[in-house]
Design a protein around this ligand. Structure first.
Ligand SMILES: [Zn+2]
Length: 424
């Protein structure tokens, strides 16, 4: 959700700043490099399996082992989920993480991480890692007059004291290889849904053209690194804003090129926090045989809805950011005769409330996290009141464990639905 929040603040200035070329010319410019032969036959039926797909229906094969689907990836933007370490993450049942190539290339630098043996060894994490390309963050910097976009890629700097850097599709892929990520993302051109159609068309043209270059660099890196173990996967991101025709065009162009998986990119929620229609639309545009990643999703109810739409992977900063802001989740006991996506299944506890000062219960009865196992609401309330750092860690552990339990429930629901069993 970090992607979304930044974009919300900056989208209008971003729209005004970026130079808009004639969009149809931009499209015509890039389209001839796309192979005309369809890579796959479009279908929205679950259960079709493409040859060489990295995904069976229940897991994704990665260099660091199979990743059970659906999966939620907490954002470890700078190589850490704030306030917890890798041992904590494993204990919470976190199956995979999402890091950010652009942030890590700034600090400590991807070459520094490579010299330490890659991201996994650097942060002592043995499970899969996905790496966001950094295109979204580069655009956010651009909106703050710290960068610009061109056909080549992004030029940016994190502050005005720094030298300008350029993020191209090629450097983006090389950085992610240096990190040693399991799932790499193509550089994409993200837009706000309110941006004019001309900019949306330019974004789609860039996204497809850059995807071609990302795949070419990906193949060069694979050939150069033969013998270094199982190669990573490469995902592309579908852009197009709120324009259904552009979303279709973008998905079609990316499917023509051929990737291991596809993501929903752009603005995922409306002003009320509900998923926008395009999230569903993109899920329908990508064949069921490919893993689908909903970038920046989301709140518990939106995670449940995205999985119901067919998404297999989601990443977001929300559960850990909410924990640091004293907002903790708890499942609401109730009937289980409807899917989670169709009902209110959780509520929030706001730990600053004085009512918790003498509350001996755990955050959630039945939760097996380290916080609920050993500590009361009263103690966590006290730790927050005195501003002790342990409050941030314990709250983060609980929310991460809530998401791990939620994804386990969604997995059971999906498996049951696919086998025709009634929900448990
Ligand atoms: Zn708990």
């Amino acid at each position: 959700m970090e992607r979304v929040t930044i974009l919300a603040k900056t989208a209008r200035s971003e729209t005004a700043r970026i130079q808009i070329n004639d969009s149809q010319d931009a499209w015509n410019l890039v389209h001839p490099v796309i192979p005309s032969k369809k890579y796959v036959t479009m279908t929205t039926n679950r259960g079709t399996q493409e040859p060489d797909s990295p995904r069976d229906m229940k897991s994704l094969a990665t260099p660091h082992g199979p990743l059970a689907l659906p999966a939620f990836l907490p954002d470890a933007t700078q190589g850490v989920v704030r306030c917890v370490d890798s041992g904590d993450l494993e204990a919470c049942g976190v199956a995979a993480l999402m890091v950010n190539a652009l942030h890590l290339s700034s600090r400590p630098g991807v070459s520094a991480i490579a010299s330490m043996g890659g991201m996994h060894r650097f942060m002592r994490w043995s499970r899969p890692i996905a790496s966001d390309s950094g295109g979204f963050q580069a655009l956010s910097l651009a909106a703050g007059k710290l960068g610009s976009v061109s056909n080549e890629g992004f030029t940016y700097r994190f502050d005005k004291a720094q030298k300008k850097r350029t993020l191209t599709p090629e450097t983006c892929i090389r950085k992610q290889f240096q990190l040693g990520a399991d799932i790499l993302f193509c550089l994409d051109h993200c837009t706000h849904p309110d941006a004019p159609d001309a900019l949306q068309r330019e974004s789609v043209a860039h996204t497809i053209e850059w995807a071609v270059r990302c795949k070419q660099e990906f193949q060069r890196q694979r050939e150069r690194r033969q013998g270094e173990g199982t190669p990573p996967l490469l995902f592309a991101v579908v852009q197009g804003g709120a324009n259904a025709e552009l979303r279709h065009r973008c998905a079609d162009g990316l499917l023509d090129i051929g990737f291991d998986g596809y993501g929903f990119g752009g603005w995922p929620v409306d002003a009320e926090g509900r998923l926008v229609d395009m999230v569903q639309r993109v899920a329908e545009l990508i064949p069921a045989s490919f893993p689908k990643h909903a970038l920046g999703i989301g709140k518990p109810e939106n995670l449940a809805r995205a999985v119901a739409m067919g998404y297999d992977l989601c990443d977001c900063v929300i559960p850990t950011r909410d924990a640091r802001h004293k907002r903790l989740y708890a499942f609401t006991p109730g009937a289980h005769d409807r899917p989670l996506a169709d009902r209110d299944f959780y509520h929030c506890l706001y730990m600053q409330d004085d009512k918790y000062a003498r509350d001996a219960r755990p955050i959630e009865e039945g939760c097996d996290c380290a916080c609920c196992r050993d500590y009361s609401r009263a103690y966590l309330h006290h730790l927050f009141q005195i501003g002790d750092a342990s409050a941030l860690r314990l709250a983060t552990l609980h929310n991460l464990r809530f998401y791990a339990r939620l994804i386990e429930r969604l997995r059971i629901e999906r498996d049951g639905a696919e086998s025709g069993d009634l929900l448990q």
